[in-house]
Design a binder for this molecule. Structure first.
Ligand SMILES: [Ca+2]
Ligand SMILES: [Ca+2]
Length: 383
């Protein structure tokens, strides 16, 4: 009784299966997709998948050897090839020939954003920096007035117009006082220079050195000299770099550097070989043009810094104050008041030769923008 019932049931199941569908012979090309045999499709039978549903850009999905063929699809982010038609700017190692240097940076490794929408410049480094060792020097005529600075890195060049544009998206320079985008940026206030420093720090993943007033961000309320981000050099750091630090006698106190007549001077050479200066002065070596020059056209000083004297004046960190007497280490005034006056160093293309001296300082209010006012930057953090 039981076996007769089972036989009848089995026969009925076989019959209904045969009537319901064609199971094919299991081969690729039998018109039936056997998933248990690893088939994804049969020619002309794509099971309603499309290029997009499978994660590709639009195109024509095909079936080959019972597997999906994506050659007719538009590619995807991660295939190592750039599909500009689908909004890709790059893909993996294919950066369309772009490099950090080609984008205006000094060095570094360019990458592609994970979604292929653009280039990732976070490992690019905008500025070539030279390390300045720490040390001690006599800052004025009094042998007791010694300044000690901790080692730091400083930009080889004044910040150029092209560099400023890359970071801030604008260029305030008066074109009639400049020969081109490789010239130092001008018309930058001290506050704007600090803003540039913070923005560059953020782009490179460093701690911003300047704290601005919240929420207006119109002025700086404090600076952290120990941050690993960019900032303006203190007047003492600027002078120390300009005199060549302790290169002449490593480790010794530099007693005479403050008397240096221009950055790069060895007492014998001429300022015109090292500095863009003296327009209209008639002095020997003076520039004939009433404008800046591209940075590093003239010879650098012994540490490799260009244009510390001349070309654009350079804002430094410090307020314009009388230095306290005696030895000072990394001295800077922490209290910052609205409208403080700041120091500019080095003179400009309009300065007479005597104003190229390392000791020479100019004072201006921190929010003023003037032709010839530029800057360079330092940081303590490593590369
Ligand atoms: Ca791609
Ligand atoms: Ca300069």
């Amino acid at each position: 009784m039981t076996s007769k019932f089972q036989g009848l049931f089995a026969a009925g199941l076989l019959l209904s299966t045969l009537l319901a569908c064609n199971t094919g012979d299991g081969a690729c090309g039998d018109g039936v997709v056997q998933r248990d045999r690893g088939e994804a499709c049969e020619p002309g039978l794509l099971l309603e998948e499309t290029c997009e549903s499978l994660g590709f850009y639009p195109g024509t999905l095909a079936c080959a050897d019972c597997g999906y063929s994506y050659v007719g699809c538009g590619g995807f982010c991660g295939d190592g090839r750039v599909q500009a038609a689908f909004g890709e700017a790059c893909d993996g190692d294919d950066l369309g020939g772009a490099t950090c240097v080609g984008l205006g940076h000094a060095y570094g490794t360019l990458a592609c954003l994970p979604d292929c929408s653009g280039l990732d410049t976070t490992a690019c480094r905008l500025l070539a920096m030279v390390e300045v060792p720490g040390g001690t020097f006599q800052r004025d005529d009094d042998p007791a007035n010694l300044s000690t600075v901790t080692g730091f890195f400083m930009s080889v060049k004044e910040i150029t117009r092209a560099q400023y544009w890359l970071v801030m998206g604008r260029d305030p320079t008066d074109e009639t006082r400049s020969s081109g985008p490789g010239d130092p940026v001008q018309n930058v206030s001290w506050v704007e220079a600090a803003d540039f420093c913070n923005e560059l720090s953020r782009r490179e993943g460093r701690d911003p050195a300047y704290q601005f007033n919240y929420p207006y961000a119109t002025r700086v309320v404090s600076v952290n000299l120990d941050a690993d981000g960019y900032r303006l050099p203190t007047e003492m750091e600027w002078m120390w770099a300009a005199m060549g630090a302790d290169t002449a006698a490593p480790g010794a106190v530099n007693r005479t550097g403050h008397l240096t007549p221009f950055a790069g001077s060895d007492g014998e050479n001429a300022p015109g070989d090292f500095a863009v200066f003296g327009y209209g002065s008639g002095e020997e070596g003076a520039t004939r043009f009433n404008r800046t020059e591209p940075t590093c056209r003239r010879q650098p000083n012994i540490l490799g810094f260009c244009d510390l004297s001349g070309n654009a004046r350079e804002w430094v960190q410090d307020q314009f104050f009388e230095w306290p007497a005696g030895p000072l280490t990394d001295f800077h005034r922490k209290d910052i008041y609205p409208g403080d006056t700041r120091v500019l160093k080095g003179g400009s293309w309009t300065s007479k030769a005597v104003w190229l001296a390392l000791s020479y300082r100019v004072e201006c209010r921190e929010f003023e923008q003037q032709a010839g006012f530029g800057f360079r930057v330092v940081r303590r953090g490593p590369r």
